[in-house]
Design a protein around this ligand. Structure first.
Ligand code: C6P
Length: 421
């Protein structure tokens, strides 16, 4: 990979008036060449690039503050604690939670979902209870429930999906029953881009006294999220997909649920007292944050929230829809290309297959043209099984992508066709 900075032509103007170029300049990674071609980064669903302000916030913490949180009375420790807790409040405001007590820092979406399964699920569900998931879940929202089902002898029911990649109408209502205790759903599918009608689904679950866990990993980078408006019980997401650092994420939970739940992991910071006769727990949310946390990560996540709020989530969502429409139109012009996931409500995820060409070959050839996409099952094997395919190629968009990026992908797909002619 070359680090030579290659000037790009000015992107075509967007109809929403969103100034892509202005924001794009904030991302150092995007300014480089790969295989001698300007980098076109279209693998944002796997991980998004970081703006300079996030990189600076993390570096500044290590350069100026580095100290453990909640432990020292010295100046650096107090400063680290203040920054760490300020980041929690930024996250609270970003998803419109009522209190910082409802914001638990985790390693990411995967850990957040496992926390719900092993703390809430293990202590409050009983043999014979049912969990509902959908056929479009990421493995992180399937396997933790399977592990729990094995431990407690629960049943897992699956909402089927249509050929478009939407939930089969009526199927969810049909699966809900007095045995349903928990519904675990992707807000947005990573493999298909589908935005699920989660608000209505949550209301329906609550009518059956079931709680709802939303996997928001692919929603937070694209859409404004308001957990109180959704009325979800849990909401899980990762910082690295929303332009923050890796190794840090969030579990939002309604305070009453967190109070009812036992700690998941034991260690420093999560306790109030420890005696050999027994221990007592720290107040929320620290009860769920055992051990030294990813302090720099949380601060970086706070900087990512500041950045996103400056760009504006409504503007990001508008640009995403415009680029998705353009990308869909352009990709459908490529001979032999079929989109997988054509739901009317989608974010900028374009999964596709090409006649007689393996997705891995597509990924390898477009990479030579400087275009980064992901190929494979995207940790959603049931989705691949549903569509009868081993894998897809997936271009996933972020607000710094342009129509030029889509055009570069389409041109690179032309090369793929030439190789396999
Ligand atoms: N999807 C993708 O390329 P972690 O790894 O914990 O940050 O996120 C897991 C996860 C959970 N749910 C959804 C909907 C996701 O998309 C992901 C991560 C990446 O699609 C990597 S597999």
């Amino acid at each position: 990979m070359s680090t030579v900075r290659t000037p790009r032509a000015a992107p075509l103007p967007t109809t929403t008036g969103f100034d892509v170029l202005r924001w794009r300049r904030d991302f150092p990674v995007l300014q480089q060449s790969v295989h001698g071609k300007p980098l076109v980064y279209l693998d944002n669903a796997a991980t998004a690039q970081k703006p300079q302000s996030v990189i600076d916030a993390v570096a500044r913490y290590y350069r100026e503050t580095n100290a453990n949180v909640h432990r020292g009375v010295h100046a650096l420790s107090e400063c680290a604690t203040a920054q760490y807790e300020a980041a929690r409040d930024k996250v609270r405001s970003f998803i419109h939670a009522a209190s910082v007590r409802e914001i638990v820092f985790t390693r990411g979406t995967t850990e957040s979902l496992n926390l719900v399964a092993q703390s809430y699920g293990r202590s409050l569900l009983r043999a014979g209870d049912e969990i509902i998931v959908s056929h479009m879940e990421h493995h992180s929202n399937i396997v933790p429930w399977q592990l729990l089902a094995g431990q407690l002898r629960l049943d897992i029911k699956v909402i089927p999906i249509t050929d478009e990649g939407t939930l089969v109408p009526g199927a969810y209502a049909h699966l809900l029953s007095s045995r349903t205790r928990l519904v675990a759903l992707a807000h947005v599918s990573n493999a298909l881009g589908t935005v699920n009608p989660v608000r209505e689904m949550i209301a329906l679950a609550h009518r059956h006294h079931a709680i709802v866990v939303l996997d928001g990993a692919q929603a937070v980078p694209h859409l404004p999220v308001d957990v109180r408006e959704l009325d979800c019980d849990f909401y899980a997401f990762s910082a690295h997909k929303m332009f923050g650092p890796t190794g840090i994420g969030v579990l939002y939970a309604k305070q009453a649920l967190l109070e009812e739940m036992p700690p998941w992991q034991g260690g420093g910071d999560m306790i109030r007292t420890v005696r050999f006769s027994g221990s007592t727990w720290n107040e929320l949310p620290h009860k769920f944050e055992a051990g030294t946390p990813h302090i720099a990560g949380a601060i970086g996540l706070g900087a990512a929230v500041d950045y996103l709020q400056n760009v504006g989530m409504d503007r990001i969502a508008g640009h995403d829809q415009e680029l998705l429409a353009y990308g869909t139109e352009q990709l459908l012009r490529v001979k032999g290309l079929k989109l997988v996931g054509t739901a009317p409500a989608k974010v900028g995820v374009l999964s596709f297959v090409m006649d007689g060409i393996h997705p891995h070959d597509i990924g390898t050839i477009v990479d030579q043209e400087g275009v980064a996409i992901r190929t494979g099952h995207h940790c959603a094997m049931p989705v691949m099984e549903r569509f009868g395919i081993p894998a897809t190629a997936r271009a996933s968009l972020a607000f710094y992508n342009t129509r030029d990026d889509i055009d570069a992908l389409v041109a690179a797909l032309g090369k793929v066709r030439e190789v396999f002619r």
